[in-house]
Design a protein around this ligand. Structure first.
Ligand SMILES: C[S@@+](CC[C@H](N)C(=O)[O-])C[C@H]1O[C@@H](n2cnc3c(N)ncnc32)[C@H](O)[C@@H]1O
Length: 233
């Protein structure tokens, strides 16, 4: 879920965030929203950095990481699992020439289809990512940035038979003929062996056992699995 608030916001930023939040329902489907969100992102990022980068990082940090990795690895396709409001897709619409986003909830999916209508290079798919993600990845002919973020997240978010499809998704990624996908997984803190998540250590061991050529690191709550020779860390 969005984690835009940083505890100790300066007055100017908290006033801006207040009004951006109030106006969001009215402007989120207009060209004004990406501009308003860019300003909000840079303010929350500055505050987060000034405060010593406490956990959890703001959403603007996640967007910054995806932009950095896309540039560093020269990938032009992003596959996101877990669309929610489509905020990441809108933020990345000018970074990638092709975006696929997968959402289990029919309601979130329908809203995303409406929101992405002006951007034909963003494809919204509905279903359980454990099933839909392999069928999308199977069509890919070049390395992609994979933002793996589908999971039950409380509230009205969807839940499949299990809380997270991450193990099925990763099995498929590491057996895919393209060996250099850039894998970013949000919410590393969830990987504690409960609610269908593997333990972080077990995940690292199992990834490196099948793919010793990869680098596995965790920074600011994002798991990063990338080709070792090109590690971004
Ligand atoms: C943390 S939110 C995604 C946030 C979004 N990626 C972003 O960066 O703004 C997780 C989303 O995953 C969806 N979800 C849960 N289980 C899923 C599954 N098995 N397949 C696809 N989507 C799923 C939830 O309905 C929720 O919208």
């Amino acid at each position: 879920m969005e984690t835009d608030s940083v505890n100790t916001m300066p007055q100017r930023e908290s006033t801006y965030s207040y009004w951006a939040g109030k106006l969001r329902p009215y402007i989120s489907n207009t060209p004004l929203w990406p501009v308003a969100r860019e300003i909000k992102d840079s303010m929350t990022l500055r505050t987060w950095e000034r405060n010593g980068r406490p956990a959890p990082p703001p959403s603007g940090y996640k967007r910054q990481v995806i932009r950095q990795y896309a540039k560093k690895y020269g990938v032009s396709t992003m596959i996101e699992t877990g669309t929610l409001y489509g905020e990441m897709d809108i933020a990345m619409k000018d970074v990638f020439s092709s975006i696929f986003t997968i959402e289990l909830s029919p309601e979130f999916h329908a809203a995303a289809v409406r929101r992405m209508a002006p951007y034909p290079h963003i494809k919204c798919l509905q279903g359980d990512s454990a099933v839909v993600f392999p069928s999308v990845l199977a069509q890919m002919k070049s390395p992609c940035l994979l933002w793996l973020d589908a999971h039950y997240s409380a509230g009205n978010t969807a839940k499949a038979e299990i809380d997270t499809p991450i193990s099925a998704e990763l099995d498929y990624v590491f057996n895919h003929p393209i060996r250099n996908h850039v894998v970013l997984i949000d919410d590393a803190h969830c990987f504690d062996g409960t609610h269908d998540y593997p333990q972080l250590k077990d995940l690292e061991e199992s990834v490196l056992r099948v793919r010793p050529d990869l680098s596995f690191t965790v920074e600011h709550n994002i798991i990063r699995i990338v080709p070792r020779t090109d590690s971004a860390n």
